[in-house]
Design a protein around this ligand. Structure first.
Ligand SMILES: NC(=O)c1ccc[n+]([C@@H]2O[C@H](COP(=O)([O-])OP(=O)(O)OC[C@H]3O[C@@H](n4cnc5c(N)ncnc54)[C@H](O)[C@@H]3O)[C@@H](O)[C@H]2O)c1
Length: 341
């Protein structure tokens, strides 16, 4: 077996879930070696849970020659700066959505990583297309649905009356249009890769049960330069426990439609095929397992080991999504239609 990538993981709130994934599946090509959080009690507790040493200092991980890569699970603000420190210390990075709040910063750090020969991956946009996107892009490029003109996606979970906790989730500047930024972001990334350059965005949002100052119900409409329109509806006040983080997508074109994950429990194929092409000449369907937002550890390890020399997704594609988020933030603040620049 090839030597696993040795990973030190920073940020142990959501990051603890990633630690569970890594330690729960020894077949993965990445091994958790150390955990890190500036909150010492949290770091100590997680170290005990995962049976690895801990530190409260990122620098200590960066100085450790036995660590190949850093899993970076801090909040999205200022992430590029942390990544810069990590790649300059000679380590690779796996991180999470949303990548950054500043598109220019994101571009600069991704180009620097490429120049330094360091891998920086995240879970959305994925560095190579996820299963359903491979089919969707192939169907679209083969002309099966004609010219893509519309799309609609929804994603939901029930959080109820969550209290404010002073974290970035409470701050509309750091967490704009919260349901879209936190869970709808996967759909933003998918739609950009289908429809290309965005022109303008519009936002509608409401607070239904949350006690946080940020919304728990939101809709984002993106108008693309091609004339296509895509809508994303994201909610923290919808779904039974069986339907948490589910949702569905419809993509329409001048000659056909694509349906993904529509209906209860359809997302993981329990109810049969969950990705369907309906075109002039055929109906084609597939069962897609897994979901957007997964971390592609296989590809990460291949890239770190130099078995594959580049990602499919470009830095410019990562930055494009951040520009949409910036426009979305402005639309939330002003209530107006905002151009994506
Ligand atoms: N399914 C998913 O992939 C998924 C799910 C939830 C959250 N996330 C993402 O994970 C990221 C983190 O979310 P969260 O809710 O855990 O945020 P959080 O702010 O609650 O937790 C971040 C943790 O990182 C620690 N930290 C911050 N800066 C540090 C530093 N420089 N050195 C050491 N420790 C540091 C903090 O002490 C805290 O424990 C966000 O980008 C979020 O969008 C992804």
């Amino acid at each position: 077996m090839l030597k696993p990538v040795r990973l030190g993981l920073v940020g142990l709130n959501f990051g603890a879930t990633v630690c569970r994934e890594l330690t729960g599946n020894p077949a993965l090509p990445v091994r958790l070696t150390t955990v890190c959080d500036m909150d010492a009690a949290r770091a100590q507790e997680r170290a005990a849970e995962f049976g690895v040493p801990y530190t409260t200092s990122l620098d200590q991980l960066l100085d450790d020659p036995a660590i190949d890569a850093i899993g970076l699970y801090t909040g999205p603000n200022g992430r590029a700066n942390l990544i810069r420190r990590i790649i300059r210390a000679g380590k690779h990075v796996m991180t999470t959505k949303p990548f950054e709040r500043d598109a220019d910063e994101a571009l600069r750090v991704l180009h620097e990583a490429r120049d330094l020969g360091k891998v920086v991956h995240l879970n959305s946009p994925n560095p190579r297309p996820i299963a359903e996107m491979v089919y969707i892009k192939e169907w679209i490029s083969s002309g099966a649905i004609g010219r893509p003109t519309v799309a609609q996606a929804s994603t939901w979970v029930y959080y109820g009356a969550t209290p404010p906790d002073g974290s970035w989730y409470d701050d509309p500047q750091l967490c704009p249009v919260a349901p879209i930024f936190r869970i709808g972001i996967y759909c933003v990334n998918s739609f950009l890769s289908i429809f290309g350059e965005p022109a303008t965005v519009q936002v509608t949002h409401s607070r239904v049960e949350t006690k946080r100052p940020t919304p728990d119900n939101a809709s984002l409409t993106i108008a693309f330069k091609s004339g296509a329109i895509a809508n994303i509806l994201a909610s923290f006040v919808a779904a039974s426990t069986h339907d948490r983080y589910r949702g569905g997508t419809v993509i329409g074109g001048t000659k056909g439609m694509i349906f993904h994950g529509i209906g209860p429990a359809a997302r993981e194929g329990e109810a049969g095929p969950n990705l369907i092409l309906s075109s002039e000449d055929r109906i084609e369907s597939h069962v897609i397992t897994g979901h957007s937002g997964e971390y592609d550890w296989e590809f990460f390890a291949q890239r770190v080991r130099g078995e594959v020399d580049h990602d499919v997704t470009t830095p410019e594609e990562v930055a494009a999504a951040i520009r949409v988020v910036a426009a979305m933030s402005e639309a939330e603040r002003t209530g107006k239609t905002v151009a994506c620049e």
